[in-house]
Design a protein around this ligand. Sequence first.
Ligand code: ADP
Ligand code: MG
Ligand code: MG
Length: 251
Amino acid sequence: MLEIKNLHVKLEDEDKQILKGVDLTVEAGKVHAIMGPNGSGKSTLSYVLSGKDGYEVTEGSATLEGIDLLDLEAEERAAAGLFLAFQYPVEIPGVGNMTFLRTAVNAQRKARGEEEMSAAEFLKVVRARAKDLKIDAEMLKRPVNVGFSGGEKKRNEILQMAMLEPKMCILDETDSGLDVDAMKLVADGVNALRSEGRGFLVITHYQRLLDHIKPDVVHIMAGGRIIKTGGPELALEVEQNGYTDLMSEVA
Ligand code: ADP
Ligand code: MG
Ligand code: MG
């Protein structure tokens, strides 16, 4: 599904290397988690995959089902089936949440050569999925994320994900700033989307999210590289011993 090979990334305006050779393959139907200390390059990886400006790939490749992602515009990557739930969801004043979602869904359908969703069908689907995520109907009418609480923003990211039905979902610290109940809602939302044809990359600083979204594979990232890969037990090990032990062990 997602194949990253020897990815090296630097800041565009500065001589600062952030990713220093990331290798990662996420198979369809699998959930991979990336954990790691702050500043290790986790968000940078997700930004570069989704096509955010400001970064320069100096070496390596990233493909989705064999399609070269790095060659595509951000919206083309989305149309190819990539979705990123942001660590810090952006507010979009003046754009209604519902309008935003419908425009995104239909743009993606168009890019895939599928028919647009009718207004009636869209309403039905969005209401049902919002209800599952305990997102108030009122929130669907408000401008995207404006005045939403931290938890509401994160749940809104999952609603976008549910509506777009991506092939590859990347969640960047979707659990940060959430209380346990909100985190469970997010995890339930993600678990409901798990399927054979869909891969997940769940980025998290803490192990607790992985109690609710059970990963198949856990990677530890530090200093712009994946320094260790293992099963779910690796997350527990990090939780117990911290990153410092692991980093010195690898060093
Ligand atoms: P993580 O998500 O693992 O906490 P980040 O990808 O956010 O790590 O950051 C990795 C490193 O790159 C940090 O040292 C961070 O300060 C730096 N960095 C990332 N983006 C930028 C940027 N746009 N400008 C300056 N430094 C950046
Ligand atoms: Mg960070
Ligand atoms: Mg980050």
